[in-house]
Design a protein around this ligand. Structure first.
Ligand code: FRU
Length: 496
């Protein structure tokens, strides 16, 4: 099948299944989702001429992972997205396989003003999976892509690197093109290999020269680095990736200095972009305002194996959404600060405000004009808070609830979803809090099937899926081991 036939077939499948999927009970209100089928990593995120482009890993044929395509959507504000035709489909000997296809990658604008997409082509000719790096061009602003006739542009794996070699991130620096690839040294991702990032260099985007490994796990960051990104931020360089086999850590960032000549990424600090269960395969883009915006898949690979299926939304004909877009900056201590994009404020409706509230062991209900789809911003006065713990009960009725705990005594943030829904969600996530200063702001976004938290001035974030459908959902707070004092609590209903 030619590429255009393969695209047409994929688009027909989506158009056919979209009406039913759009009625799904778990469909989000203000998070990006594909019209139907499966979605994972953000790909090819780029701002161009007033438009944000989001491409994504997509299976148009079923709400399960398989035969990867690139879906495409555009937006003027990162929140209202318009679905565009499927952009890339498996069609060639190097990228056509039901368990392979057009894997993750990135987009740059070349010197002829064409969008140039780089992706990992995954094929299997009976002797294991082969991952090569390929290119496709669009001369109509990302609507249609032609695969490059001399693909793959990188056909083999550097010495010492296993077959896990993917997710090209192309950037421009000092008049040259560079490509960062996620890889696994030695035995590979599944057999105890060592995660690393490889660098290539090119003058024309077609011929690529291998420069070397810029950073590696050395026992610290997992067996394989998926979806790496490399970008300058506030005078330093940031290298992000999603490590495999690193327990609860899914979205690592390294802060450092990038020497493109050696080449080496000199690590000055590290951290986790998000401590939740679901935040994976981050990709950044720079917009005209100079903002570095992060997009990420609001799911992860772990949760699927718990049920040996693709989760509750798959029965509705769709699976997967993106986390809220965030902007990032770097603080003095080389820590990444994430904030939800300010455009979200445009979605606010029916503000409700409480000023000065003391909370003890009795549960106090927080008014919100939408109990499911809302934003909640709490300013806790630490100077007047003696409590050891503050509990925030979300999407709660008398039987089901999600609990977020700010533990002042141990300086931890905890997210407990063991009782969130009819049994789909499981687990407790916990991470450190700094709790410096006299106030602690807990900023929270609830949508039909997710809850995202930003706290510690944006240094600590958590993105989690929950699937509560029960009636009478409410929000309430109470404290343990003393009183907690809120300077303000603001809530808004959120909707597009
Ligand atoms: C990350 C990932 C990538 C790969 C893609 C396939 O979620 O495993 O490494 O390119 O998904 O869909």
């Amino acid at each position: 099948m030619t590429h255009s036939e393969s695209l047409r077939k994929a688009q027909e499948a989506i158009d056919k299944s979209a009406p039913l999927a759009s009625k799904g009970r778990f469909r989000q209100h203000y998070h990006f989702m594909a019209p139907a089928g499966w979605l994972n990593d953000p790909n090819g995120c780029i701002w161009r001429r007033g438009t944000y482009h989001l491409f994504y890993q997509h299976n148009p044929y079923a709400a399960v992972w398989g035969a990867m395509h690139w879906g495409h959507a555009t937006s003027a504000d990162l929140l209202h997205w318009q679905h565009q035709p499927v952009a890339l489909a498996p069609s060639e000997v190097y990228d056509d396989h039901p368990q392979g296809g057009v894997f993750s990658g990135s987009i740059v604008v070349d010197e002829n003003d064409a969008l140039c997409a780089f992706y990992t082509a995954t094929a299997n000719h009976g002797d294991g999976f082969i991952q090569t790096q390929c290119m496709a061009h669009s001369r109509d602003g990302g609507i249609s892509f032609q695969k490059y006739q001399d693909n793959p542009v990188i056909a083999s794996v550097p010495e010492g690197i296993s077959a896990d070699f993917r997710d090209p991130r192309v950037i421009r620096h000092n008049g040259l093109w560079y490509m960062v690839l996620g890889a696994s040294l030695g035995k590979g991702a599944w057999h105890g290999g060592e995660g690393c990032a490889c660098l290539y260099r090119s003058e024309n985007l077609k011929k690529w020269e291998y420069c070397g490994i810029i950073a590696r796990s050395e026992g610290r960051y997992g067996t394989m680095w998926e979806c790496p990104d490399l970008f300058p931020l506030d005078g330093k360089w940031i290298l992000t990736f999603s490590p495999m086999f690193m327990g609860g850590r899914k979205a690592v960032y390294l802060t450092g200095e990038m020497d493109f000549d050696v080449p080496r990424f000199n690590i000055l600090g590290d951290g986790e972009i998000d401590w939740g269960c679901e935040y994976y395969a981050v990709q950044s883009m720079l917009d005209d305002g100079g903002r570095r915006i992060l997009m990420a898949w609001q799911n992860g690979w772990d949760w699927m194996s718990w049920w040996k299926d693709f989760g509750p939304t798959a029965q509705e004909g769709w699976c997967g959404c993106m986390a809220l877009p965030r902007t990032v900056t770097l603080d003095q201590a080389n820590k990444l600060i994430s904030k939800p994009v300010c455009e979200l404020e445009m979605l606010r409706k029916n503000k409700k405000k409480i000023v000065g509230l003391k909370v003890g062991t009795e549960k106090i209900s927080i008014p919100c004009s939408d109990p499911v789809s809302f934003e909640l911003k709490m300013e806790i006065d630490l100077t007047q808070t003696a409590a050891q713990k503050l509990h925030i009960l979300l999407r709660a009725n008398t039987e089901k609830y999600t609990v977020v705990t700010v533990d002042f005594s141990t300086k931890k943030l905890r997210f407990d979803r063991n009782n969130s829904d009819d049994g789909y969600s499981r687990g407790i996530k916990e991470c450190d809090l700094l709790l410096t200063g006299s106030t602690c702001i807990v900023h929270l976004f609830s949508d039909i099937s997710s809850i995202e938290i930003f706290t510690d001035e944006g240094m600590t974030t958590m993105s989690n899926k929950v699937y509560p459908l029960h009636v009478n959902q409410k929000t309430c707070v109470w404290a343990e081991g003393g009183d907690a004092f809120f300077k303000t609590i603001n809530t808004w209903a959120l909707g597009l």
